[in-house]
Each structure stands twice: as C-alpha cells, then as structure tokens.
Design a protein. Sequence first.
Length: 431
Amino acid sequence: MNETIDQLLAGPPLGVSEKELVDWIARLEEIKCTAEAVQAEAAVRLDEAARARQAAAGVPARKLGEGVASQIALARRVSPAKGAKLLGLAKILVTEMPHTFALMKAGLFSQWQATILARETACLSLEDRRVIDYQLCSPGPDGEPPAVVTMGLRQLENAAKKLAITLDQESVVARAANAEKDRRISVRPAPDTMTWLGALLPVKDGVAVFAALDQAAKAAQAAGDERTRGQVMADTLVDRVTGRDGVDAKPRIEVKIVMTADALANDSDQPAVVEGYGPVPATWAREALTDAEVFIRRLFTDPAGQLVAMESRSRKAPDGLAEFIAIRDGGICRTNGCDAPIRNVDHARRHADGGTTSAQNLQGLCERCNQAKEALGWQARPGPDGSIITITPTGHTYVSPPPDTWRPDPPPLSQAEFVLRDVLLDYDVAA
Ligand SMILES: [Zn+2]
C-alpha cells in the first residue's frame, strides 16, 4: 500500500477487497503508533521550551516544568494525572529506551506496549533498563522486527519481568515490598446504578480473597444454589465485609444523598447524587431514603437562592459556599478530562487580581489542577453561563462547561432548593 496519510485517513474507497480493508486497518494502527511516538517527542520538546521560558522569567529551579503535564493533558483530552504519566513516559522513551522508541516510530509498537516496558524496568538501574531495551526491542541481524512486536501484552510483561529479575532480583523484590504500601480500595460508577468496587492488594491477599469467594461459590453450587458463580461471589463479598450475614454486629454506613427539594417531595425526575458515586435516579434515592434511618441537613434553605448569590469579602470561601461549590461541581474537578475528586475550592480569577469570592468565580479543583493553574502563564476566568475558561501559557483556551448535574432546567439553579441528606443506611434494612 502506497497511500498517503491523507488518503488513509479519508478511508478506503468503495469496492476494495477484504484484504485491503485489513491492510487499511493495520496501516492506520501503524500511523497511530507513529503518532504516539511523535507526540512523545513533542512533549519532551514542550517541556524543554517551557522550562527555558520559566527559567528566563526567574522561576525557581524546583518549580521549573510546572504546568507542562497539565497542558499535555488538556491537549490530549486526558486527566492531568495521565498527562504527567505521558510526559514521564515520553522522557524515558526519548532518553533511556531508544530501541523501544524506534519501534514506536516505525509504527510497530504502541504507547501502551512501551508503557509496560517502562513500568517493568522502572526499578532497575539505567544500565539494566538499557539492556532490556536492547534485548527486547532491537531488530534482528537482518533488520527484521523483534519478537516483542507480536507478543500479547501479558507475554510482553512477563518477558520484561523475567529479564528484570534476571538482571537485578534485589530491586524487583524491594519494589514489590514498597508497592505493598499502596494497597487500597476504590469505588467507581458502573452503568445501570451499579458500582465497580476495586481493591489493589498484595498478590497473596488478592488471590486469597478471590479464592475464598470462589470456594464459597463452589460450596453453594454443590448445595444446589441456583445463583451463578459470579452472583454468589459478589453476594458473599458483601455479606462478609458488611456483616450482613448476621455473624457480626450490623455496621452502620453513612451515605450522603443530595437532591432537590422538589425531587424529594414530588415525583420529579431530577436525578439525585450519591456522594462518591454520582447521579442516581430520583426514584432510587426516594426508595433508599424511606428504607433508611435518615439524618437531614438542609444545606440550602433559601428558595430564592440567597446563598448562591452570596459573596464573601474574605479570600477563603465560607463553609456553606465551599460545600455548595463542591456539590454543584458534582464532587469532580472542573478541569476538562480530569476526573479526580475535588480537594480545593478555588478562585477562577485570582483574588489578588480582583476575583470575587462568589459561586460564579469559584471552582472545585483537585490538588494537581489547583497547582497547575498557579504555574507561570496560566489564567482562568468565569464565563457568563457558569463555565470556567482556562487559558494556558501557549494561549490555548479550554472551556469547562457548567456541570450538568444541576443544569438549571427547571427549576433554575439560583432558585432551586437543595437538600443534603446525611443518611445512615442500616445495611440490614437497606438490603
Ligand atoms: Zn483536576
């Protein structure tokens, strides 16, 4: 195939063969890999240019490079945390893993494959990393591509792991011990009012938990239980952790549900929001509330929206206003592409530049985004419709639209009465 990139992107003409269609898909995959390599190169150059500009402006050495990862994140429409990872990977590829990078540029290795190699060699010395880069990714004697090109991801990971252990077992073990400190539990929304509950565990614990649940499933099925294996495992997990099976004392679990007064009182369909999960149907929320022991805290009692219009002369947002912002923004950082939880309620237009401490000029930001916007050359201002406009040092403008959790349609935001309910769900009752 000798098509130009423009021709490839225009799509295959009508009547081409299946083979040509497959070629087309493969060529486009190569272009994606090459594009990811060039993006990495550009990211490294952007980082260098920004550092030089900041240094010339007198920015202290420890702050050099601030905001670059966030610019990359905005440009690539990913979260800032992901932007930082991409920049880190780009630097590693360009400076430490030349063979891996060459494979990407040739369109034979994806960013994700390169990420696996970078990750698996992270604990090694630069020297050992270079050895693995050479052994896995350099071309054969006749210039043929190395085996990693056709390996599956797990295979690739195992190949790198094996080499790493061979070269420097001590580091691999030390790294594993260190990683144990990061064990944690997370919850994220799944479709249809479900959630994914995740656990990052040392492998022995993770496997043990899975095995225990698997055993419970097998025992249940042997006893004639008609639930699927997955269902028994899920139910057993909840039973054991919450004590719902009655063995332990019933735990009381606090859940915050936010809904409009209208949705609470009537059959209005305005969604409620469960803190830590996101929007749920109002009917679901009403049902949960009738089943639970409920502690009500009226957060915004003024139907005329006095609080919304309220301004403060102080730089720090008063508690009620800060809580309002956090709820208005859905608990999620306002930066485009970022889905980290809100850690700071901050001024869009800086207080020092005359920005007001008002709902319109305040935004909920995660820690990283809050820092990024303090970097040299970053600006933000509120838009007239509740949006937040961020201008990066290159002059690119990114508009964060008003969060649609509370889209004023109807009742208008300024007139809605929101009710925050601190709900103590007695697990036995709620189930
Ligand atoms: Zn953020």
